[in-house]
Design a binder for this molecule. Sequence first.
Ligand SMILES: Nc1ncnc2c1ncn2[C@@H]1O[C@H](COP(=O)(O)OP(=O)(O)OP(=O)(O)O)[C@@H](O)[C@H]1O
Ligand SMILES: [Mg+2]
Length: 270
Amino acid sequence: MANTIAIYNFKGGVGKTTSALNLGYAWSRSFKVLLIDCDPQCNLSAAFGSSQEPKTIFYYLKKMLHDQAPDHIETVPVTPYLHLLPGDFQMVNIESNNQFITFGTSIIQKLTYLLKKEFDIVIFDLPTHFGMLVKSFLANVDSILIPAIPDSFSIAGVKTLLSYLYEVERVKPLNILGIFFNMYRKNLLHHQEKYRESTEEFTDMILSTQIRNSIKVAEASDVGKSINRINPDNTVARDFLQLSDELLAKFNIKFLDDQLMESGFLNQGQ
Ligand SMILES: Nc1ncnc2c1ncn2[C@@H]1O[C@H](COP(=O)(O)OP(=O)(O)OP(=O)(O)O)[C@@H](O)[C@H]1O
Ligand SMILES: [Mg+2]
């Protein structure tokens, strides 16, 4: 059964979308990955040039709200192993929909169930505001990954975020996959200090990989490719690969066993 991951922080511009794109590519080297653009800003979809697709996340949520649950969710193949369920600006309206307020969590549960049958890893790129929409996604995912930037406001924000996350009524137990620093400058004492403070505060929730700051990240996003596909020798490309491996090691063990069993890896040599 697939692993579902929400990339979330209620602070804007910390690299949620960038991380979704780069981790998606990194994991698609070994797994079938789906990226879901849940943000009405649609940055992730725009990066892939998928701003005009009719079958968006909103299209499916709306269908389900009208009791027309589909058997299959159509996704856009970016590569054979990386697909996208595009975003939609109309997602801004869904939160005020009374049906969604009552049934949102169970609808997203159904949607997730359908997607898990076809993908190994499903990544939700969430918007920043902490409303009903975000809560419904967070309630359903297997784990939550938190990007942060190494400054005091961002760290204080993560603290508040964690206390909110513990309050969300969940379908699954809360599993924070980790918190990592993006736009990190290794030679800045201030960033080193923030990293050290955070490991004291959040202990093993802080991932050891930091993603360095580089203009190459923005350039790669502009053409909808991961930094690794544009420039595999770039230090940030290596950072994202290292982060993808670190996270893979933290995924729930059952998930990895199942996937390796399916690929025949565990049977080799018998
Ligand atoms: N490691 C990095 N180095 C340099 N620039 C980066 C890095 N990570 C992200 N950026 C840039 O920072 C900006 C914000 O990143 P991104 O859109 O991924 O953040 P976000 O958290 O998804 O934002 P939002 O809250 O608006 O959804 C983008 O222009 C992106 O290209
Ligand atoms: Mg974003």
